[in-house]
Design a protein around this ligand. Sequence first.
Ligand code: ADP
Length: 274
Amino acid sequence: VKAIATQIGAALIQAEAFANLEKLNQQLEALDRTRSNLIAITGHELRTPLSTIQVCLESLATEPDMPWELQQVMLSTALSDSERMRKLVQDFLTLSNLESGRVEWHPESLTLQECVDLALSRLRTRSSTEKIPQIKTQIGKTLPLIRADGDWLVEVLAKLIDNACKFTPAEGEISIKATRNRNQMVEVTVADTGRGIEPNRLEIVFDRFYQEEGALRRTAGGTGLGLAICRQIVNGWNGKIWAESNGKDQGSQFHFTIPIVQGSVEEKPSLIAH
Ligand code: ADP
């Protein structure tokens, strides 16, 4: 009886090992499907600007009598599409490094205000010529210090502020607010008075390559990877990121949370218009 029991035990262990192996196999297959999808989408996204560049350069090379103005149009189209490709490759690499854990995190104790200031000065350097909506910051000075990787935090803020500018007319308004929530986290909100997001899109805007259809897609530029990158970064410090909007043309609010440094001193609120 003892021998049979031992044999049954061994068989059960073997069956469990097979089941685990099968599960692992399914997970690997799913990963492989995701990888193939990603390569297909990226290939498609790269092919479009590449074809435009090729057409422009071919016309320039084969039509020596092309009017000067048209030559300039061709050149600037080729340049802007190559810039789009550069951004796409850069964002794609950032996202895949974040997703596969190949990113070094350097958590430090920070004040949110300094990170917001850095993100805003980065935005001003880039958009010195174009008119952007007024940006107000209302960072609760009762805020404790936060614990995050400063460079990545500035990246998230810059991306959300950049999006808010892109999808809000120049006469609109953007506000950056922060409060401490009940879960020992600081909650940051970047709100705008722009074109808003339909309720059924509030979650999928975080998907890779999601962009609203239509002309805005091209004029607003972007790669459709920004919010996916933001989500990966915020996940990196165990925070949450989500979007809210009352619908079309009703503005959008993007919220995310950051852990606080336990026991840090709290200061007073301030309202600064930029
Ligand atoms: P990108 O901005 O490069 O297109 P993102 O991942 O940052 O890519 O954003 C994905 C999409 O989410 C945008 O193309 C847009 O349709 C929508 N979106 C993002 N931010 C806003 C916003 N503040 N207002 C309205 N729509 C937005």
